[in-house]
Design a protein around this ligand. Sequence first.
Ligand code: ACM
Length: 544
Amino acid sequence: MMKLKTKVLLAALLLLSPGMGFAQDYCPVIPMPVSAIKTDSQFILQSNTPIVLNDAALRPIAQYLQEELLKTQQLTLGLQAQESVKQPAIRFVLSAKKKSPEGAYALDINKDGITITAREASGAFYGATSLLQVIRQSKNTKGTLNLKGWKMEDQPAYGWRGFMLDESRHFFGMEKLKSIIDWMAFYKLNKLHWHLTDEPAWRLEIKRYPKLALVGGAGNYVNEFAPVQYYSQEQVKEVVAYAAKRFITVIPEIDMPGHATAANKAYPEFSGGGAPGHPEFTFNPGKEGTYTYLTNILKETNVLFPSAMVHLGGDEVSYGNQKWATDPEIRALMTDKNLAGTKEVETYFMKRMADSLYRMNAKLLVWDEMTDADLPKDKTIIFWWRHDKPEVLKSALNKGYETVLCPRLPLYFDFVQDSTHNYGRKWSKLYNPLENVYAFSADQYQSEARNKNQILGIQANLWTETVQTEQRLDYLVFPRITALAEAAWSPKEGKDFQKFMQRLKGHLALYEQDALYYYDPFPSRKYPEPVKVGKGIKRFNTEL
Ligand code: ACM
């Protein structure tokens, strides 16, 4: 029998967060590595621990680690040449011998040093982020950290691990955006889908059409008179480079032919009208000038975003294309091209814009409404978002499209995550708790794919109608971003939500340190839900 005193002591130890440096066998890394074995060894990390590289290509990764350690631990580690180093070090090793998929790495922490081995730079980067997570959850005593011994072997389950941020409804700006990119990198997410244009505002500077930003950039979802806010081309370049250093590709979305209200405010000559609930909602597919105008916009966009992928939306056009039925130019187009109805006009429009993109050597990304538009399979990626239309995903896969899975349930982060939350979306009574995000697996759809590479991965989308403040943004993203990362990266086998919750504790401590206003999923429910700034509470129920 255990003595009561011992029992109390054990219980107290179990309650203590692993973030506080107490021995636990829980792996502190999220997403969970494919294999993580704790050893009895430990490594003493301090400011005179050198970083050693075997390849110049690793320099930017070492620099990233140095910068993060300075920022979070006030540690100033130096780089040293390979040959001269005998002492314990952090060693990055590129090795062609490591036959593993892109992004794979091994991380070994023991008393003699830390070694990160990978075949190429992205793997070394992911090894560095795992190390950073171990470091950030270890106790720092005056610049000395005792790191527990770990042997990790890891590789991603899916290559597309995305997060979409809508900055049309509300604008967050460079500092917050960079912080989101930092956290994405920390959790090995690698695609930032940047929704820059929609009904309330247009947020991207286009030199040829300056009014897009200067006129279209005014307003937001709750206040049409909010001051002009947009990203200049210089800022976009900075964001793209910042993300690239963290192995994140930035993909812009220029939504068309619908969700074009802000652009139409700036250049009404290209508006195709709308419907009572969504005035001036679409571009005008009946005007030849519209195609030139939009192609010019895409040419600048494509230069700014070297991802060679542009998302053209294509969603919800029927919300605001009522005027198409009576517009003389659109009617003339229908007669001329033998288009039977507005759906055919929509397809005609998207095919032409797709051709423009393909000529720029870029891939077309679209929402799942475009599954039937007969776009080329090898240059188009379909984003499945309508969870209530599984047949659309099935059809996209059947036709051979590459797809990204971002179903509203459970991957829309503007949905609430707790039954008591009032402000934010629900689907009837359904919402997106942490557990559902964690449990999501792209594997369950593999049987519908024609080949195993067709499902590129998964993505969470944050629409920002209800996100007026950074506090609310944090609240919707943290900690669900961790569950997203684990769903996208870690193998389905071995997932365990209760253990995940234990591992999460150390991460909540990091949010505390970084002053994020996160949602606390534990019974303490530390922070209340931030609600609408201004009058009243608005509940969104999006069952249509
Ligand atoms: C969407 O949520 N309209 C893609």
